[in-house]
Design a protein around this ligand. Sequence first.
Ligand code: SAH
Ligand code: SF4
Ligand code: F3S
Length: 444
Amino acid sequence: MSKNYIIYTYGCQMNVHESEKIAGILSSKGYTKCDKSEDADVIVYNTCCVRENAEQHAFGNIGMIKKLKKQKKDLIVAVCGCMTQQGNFAEKLSSMFPYVDIIIGTFNMDKFGEILDKKLNSKKRIVEILDKNRPICESVKPLRSSYPNAWVNIMYGCNNFCSYCIVPYVRGRERSRTLDNVLNEVKSLVESGYKEITLLGQNVNSYGKDLGDGTSFAKLIDEIAKIEGKFRLRFMSNHPKDITEDVVKAIANNQHACKSIHLPVQSGSTRILSLMNRKYTREQYLSEVKMIRSIIPDCALTTDIIVGFPTETEEDFLDTMSLVETVGYDGAFTFVYSPREGTKAAEMEDQIPAEVKKDRIMRLVDLQNERNRVDSLKYVGKTIEVLIEDYDQKKNAYMGRDERGRMAYVEFTKNIVGKFVQVQITSTGGMSLLGKVVKVEEEM
Ligand code: SAH
Ligand code: SF4
Ligand code: F3S
């Protein structure tokens, strides 16, 4: 009888892709993906610790598996990902959850197969956290589950140490994959039919700097431009401190690259930005936005914003609100500041009370939602190109996005997932768009 696995993923796209790598390992060992913990022989929790709620979510779910583990003695429970890579967390997890069989970090995913074999042959729990700075492993073939999009790591780690952020502590220093390795992966994904490639890195602008051979992010974009076939190129994230004209020009000149940039601002107050160690001021950020729009006039911009950073005053917060209005983002991921043990900001005095943070995030979300709603209305009557990503059972419609990342729903009689379609927008549903298919791309 075939054995089953299920992977629960928390956190960012990086983790989503790492789960695809674990899935690749498990499927090469003959395991099949299942949809319920009850049917699984191996359960993997791929955790995140960027904010307290991500961590608590994982803790809660690992706690709930205790009962199943009691009933099903052979079930293997593994915990991996960023949470395990912090300070003494592996020990803490071990004592909190004695029924967890395997605890591994973020950077030994390639060893997951070996560790699983070892566990299957022994009764003992395995805790193995390797050096977070260990060299990149190229040997794992992911089992992708996000068609028509494919995630491609271009680099691992982060050197920036923003004062609120745990990522550099759990993911180590910046390490770039070679240009050839990235290009070969992108080429083969496009050849095998993927229609959207998303390049992943904590700060994609620093791609290649550590290789010392002249490789840069702009060069990578230029090289990807030479790949034939119709596909979209996206990337995240760009750190505003080093997005250059070279990079923006490379995006402008690349027929695959979506004219859309994720440029996390975090705060609109120069004082807070300095405490956050972001290395740019409000004015510098705004002049970058100007530079981007002078090269790509209709470039969509999205962002990440934190409210309630220690010492944030109402005035600082209003600076964030006014920046959001000035830039006019196409989308914003908004977060309540959450102290992370070991980071500089967690030690700062004047942490902001929960109710103040809550009030600020609600005002910010309202502002951005209103802008998205008004923006959506401008689409009505227009025809846009949408890449269909999925079928939404609840809405009985296909879902896709335009180049700017705006979601659109259409009804259609045939399966059009993975197709570029021309959609005429007829109405809006809050932030998303509703329309009808005018044309489906020809088979290529
Ligand atoms: N490397 C990316 C971000 C990775 S983390 C970048 O620099 O853009 C994703 C987002 O989580 C960050 O942009 C930030 O907005 C948010 N974040 C990180 N640490 C946080 C914390 N301690 N509290 C609240 N939000 C946080
Ligand atoms: Fe965290 Fe800053 Fe690195 Fe992004 S750039 S991962 S926010 S330290
Ligand atoms: Fe990503 Fe969370 Fe780790 S955001 S890098 S999975 S801490």
